[in-house]
Design a protein around this ligand. Sequence first.
Ligand SMILES: [Fe+2]
Length: 384
Amino acid sequence: MADFQANYFNKKPLFRKNVLPNVAEDVLSLEDMDNLLNLEVVRFPYIKVNLNGTGVPEPGYTKDIKVQGQTVSGVVDPEKLHSLYRAGGTITWASVNQIVPKVRDFTREINRAMRVRTDAVAFLTPAEKKGYPVHHDGVDLFIIQLSGSKKWRLWNIADERRGESASYSEAQLGAPVIEESLKPGDVLYLPYGTPHATEAEGEPSLHLSVMMRPRMWNDLLQESVTRILDQSKFDEYPPLSEESSEAAFQKMTELVEELSSQLRSMDIGEEWERYRESGKKLPGSSTSSVFADSHRIAQLSHATAVVRTNTPYETTQLEDGRVQVLIAGLKFAVSKELGGRLDGIAAGETTSLEKLMPGSDEERGTKMARSLVRAGIFEEAKGA
Ligand SMILES: [Fe+2]
């Protein structure tokens, strides 16, 4: 990973042979594609068809169906789609990671390693189809061959990167730096702006194109600024309908000062961790398991070993002496003693409610253990 980050990421294309030996089985196979289609729930624009170089209009392969008396339009019709494929059409299946759990698990690994947004598109090309002429795309790509083979030619990125997408003439590019027939399990990396051309070979080809959208400094710093600006002191409406006034200028000067002073005193290490954390939660990689968790939480007791997460929460002193805990919209009250003990636990530390509420009965401890795990302040210790 370090070698990839230092030498290839965002710099030059890379080819790796047979690094994912069981990729079709583990990620996406032709059978999976057939099964998904046969569910008859996939809608346009997830699936698109290209025949003889032009996009087939959606009604050519969709139909309307009735679900519980309601019409659902634009549902892909397996029969129509299969006959377009037999006629030589290329099928592209966008955001397949949103639909197939195995693909999402796979793209999530890239998301977690690189902290980038990932999105997978499956390309199914019939045998002997003409490929695409030389062009580049405006995103970083991992190409994973799943089935069949496809010939790829790649050139290094031009010294000056040209916009979002562009086409090239081969004469101007010279010899490609990578020229390979991709076989199942082979992987290509193309930083954005890498000129490439493809050609189908003697058998149908299925590949997955995982697009990565790295966040720029611009995106990250905006996160920091937005977080500061979310404070209520920046909420007032300035009187823009009026001519400028001394008072308005004064207010603006104060707020600009406030913003820049908060930016200057920002804990850089903490902010960096926040970027890394938010990078794990980008769309298309969700791992929530609320249904399964709710069953597991119901089995916890006061004695279960629990680990403090690094999820922050806020506390407020209540009039009756207890402490109110506020976390991600959830609110509940705990005793003053428990509130104090919670504050003393570092992220990663293991404990149990039996230890945190000494002397209290099992029922209360168990109820509190479930509340704190449900709220995300603790999680069950691994192997507990
Ligand atoms: Fe492309």
